[in-house]
Design a protein around this ligand. Structure first.
Ligand code: HEM
Length: 585
């Protein structure tokens, strides 16, 4: 084509209605030298005033951006490899959908609602598919070769190279870290650490009993917000496990800021995991100014704790540091450095403390809203243990089947990690439920939506621990079938490393609290208990459901409860009240 000489036409279309023919008339105006046109354009641009130039350039840029945007949207909606899958329009065109709902703490609700609206496969981002079937759950999370954690996880790495087990995307590196960390979570290590868990569980009970009136043993206590009390206990335990020392949150408010610091960090991370590109926009400076200040204080505290721990000597404490510092990976011959271990300990505050405290708070919510369940559980614990000092992991505690059923049912109803754990497809022939998912796409299942899949968990919004109890009307096979799909700790190659640690912590502390205490909810409204309320928007409308605000880990409030020493426990109360916050090693 010759661009130097172009023929320019004046085009006139003649439009008529009905069956008349539409004609188009071309009238030749001139033969134009294209180079001349460009030169004239440049010349007239140069002669323009400054403001006019800016306006013209601005319009051109805006125009090009709009064209780019519209073309992008059309591509994502009609021509993208995932175009055929249903889902919210916003999700089809941008990851802002996931970021927005995660920021609001409602992605888990939108997902559960989405399956009802669109069916078992939803497009939840331009390159993301969310599935709701038993086979999809197994295919996605048990695959060893065709899947790895999504790139979104890398947005949580604070400085280049500072991976921890959770953020490790690379399969080989994650396996290496899990092999080392596994030594810290081995059963015999949990047994060695358990006395520390039990000490904090007793401090928890002692605090719940305390009241402004010193004569009040046996009378109702102060009203406690269990969200806070459970967090304080779980963070203190994780301080001991990760850093060999307690934060002292149950006994002083000096370090309470770490919980706020972690929550802002988690809310921020939740948004970026859904939409990693947002991180480039440096929004932290705008939205998280206070968080940056808290972050600095938090890192200073962590730095001090790591320093103190390291200077105490490798085996001075029974903690993660001591359990794994000497472990050499048999496959690579490598150990974790002190810096790598410190990164792991920092991460465990989120992964281990925030999650466990949500699990525990949920249990208190469901016990408070279901007094008949509390009664049955109290009977089981109080008749199994004559002496509360015998409560610890082992056959006796394991025999408390109803305790474990209550724990499972609470985490089914309100999983402490609720959203999808995105996985990236790394092979060319990955199939989920007969759908070929191209390489580079993200796939996942939502824990919350899955636990409320009526096909598997019937009457899924009813708290019913009996669904986990084997009986004549509920045979072992039926319970086993449920258990296969119950996955609060995820499953497969990246299942939670701290699952057994958590179950020990929950069983010890709930059994101790129920052994010593009766409880009562002074206010059974949504605000008082932390449930939903009739008339609220979808997902927040169920009074019998503990309300979670999901941002990777979950925010919540309540239940507000008061406690009193139960009958027959007086003999043991004095010992409890005399207990010192300082633990004897
Ligand atoms: C109720 C308590 C807990 C729940 C519900 C929970 C749940 C989960 C889930 C769902 C994952 C998978 C995350 C993903 O795939 O991205 C996970 C990973 C992990 N959790 Fe937990 N967790 C809990 C407590 C703990 C505790 C107490 C620890 C340690 C002391 C811990 C350590 C870890 C680690 C290290 C990972 C990363 C595993 C990997 O990516 O390979 N968790 N947890």
């Amino acid at each position: 084509m010759n661009f130097e000489n172009l023929t320019v036409f004046n085009v006139e279309r003649v439009k008529t209605l009905g069956h008349h023919i539409v004609t188009t008339k071309y009238e030749q105006i001139a033969n134009v030298d294209f180079r001349h046109v460009v030169a004239t354009g440049v010349e007239s641009f140069l002669t323009m005033k400054g403001l006019e130039k800016v306006k013209l350039l601005g319009s051109c840029l805006l125009g090009s951006w709009l064209v780019y945007l519209v073309v992008g949207i059309i591509y994502r909606v009609y021509f993208h490899p995932l175009a055929k899958y249903p889902g919210p329009f916003l999700a089809k065109i941008t990851n802002f959908y996931g970021a927005y709902y995660n920021g609001r703490g409602e992605l888990h609700i939108q997902t559960e609602k989405g399956f009802k609206e669109y069916g078992p496969v939803i497009r939840q981002g331009p390159n993301k598919l969310m599935f709701q079937s038993e086979t999809a759950l197994m295919t996605i999370y048990q695959s060893k070769h065709d899947i790895q954690k999504s790139k979104g996880y890398t947005s949580m790495v604070p400085t280049p190279g500072a991976w921890n087990t959770f953020t490790a995307v690379d399969r080989e590196y994650a396996r290496f870290r899990r092999r080392i960390l596994g030594h810290g979570f081995a059963d015999h290590r949990i047994r060695e650490f358990e006395p520390i868990i039990l000490h904090h569980a007793k401090m928890f009970v002692k605090r719940l009993l305390s009241s402004p009136d010193p004569e009040s043993v046996g009378k109702w206590s102060t009203v406690w917000n269990m969200t806070e009390n459970c967090r304080h206990m779980a963070y203190d335990i994780m301080g001991e496990f990760g850093f060999g020392q307690t934060f002292g949150l149950q006994t002083s408010d000096k370090n309470h800021f770490i919980i706020d610091a972690i929550h802002v960090a988690v809310a921020r991370a939740g948004v970026y995991v859904q939409y990693p590109q947002l991180q480039k926009w440096n929004l932290d400076k705008v939205f998280y100014i206070n968080a940056w200040k808290m972050r600095t204080k938090f890192f200073e505290l962590m730095g001090r704790m790591v320093h103190e721990r390291v200077s105490e000597g490798k085996h001075a404490k029974k903690d993660l540091f001591s359990f794994v510092i000497d472990v050499k990976d048999p496959e690579t011959g490598r150990s974790l450095t002190e810096t790598e271990l410190a990164a792991e300990s920092r991460f465990l505050l989120i992964a281990g403390a925030d999650t466990t405290s949500t699990g525990m708070t949920g249990i208190f919510f469901y016990l408070a809203s279901n007094p008949e369940v509390f009664k049955k559980l109290a009977h089981e614990i109080r008749t199994t243990f004559d002496d509360p000092n015998d409560i610890r992991g082992g056959a006796k505690l394991k025999s408390c089947k109803y305790l474990y059923a209550v724990m499972d049912e609470s985490m089914r109803m309100s999983p402490p990690v609720s959203s999808a754990l995105w996985r990236e497809v790394t092979s060319d022939n990955f199939m989920v439920d007969g759908n070929h998912v191209p390489k580079g796409m993200d796939v996942g299942c939502s824990l919350y939506a899955f636990h409320h899949n009526e096909k598997i968990f019937s009457d899924s919004y009813t708290f019913n621990p009996d669904r986990w109890m084997v009986s004549e009307s509920n045979p072992a096979e039926k319970v086993a079938a449920l258990r296969k799909y119950f996955n609060p700790f995820s499953l497969g190659t990246r299942v939670c490393s701290g699952m057994n640690f958590t179950l020990t912590e929950l069983a010890d502390s709930i059994a101790a609290a129920v052994w010593y205490l009766d409880m009562e909810a002074p206010d059974t409204t949504a605000e008082g208990l932390g449930g939903g309320y009739v008339g609220a928007k979808y997902g927040r409308h169920r009074p019998q459901e503990f309300q979670l605000y999901d941002h990777i880990t979950c925010g919540h409030d309540g239940p507000y409860l008061k406690f009193r020493l139960r009958e027959g426990a007086k003999k043991w109360a004095a010992e409890l009240m005399d207990m010192s916050a300082t633990r004897e090693e």
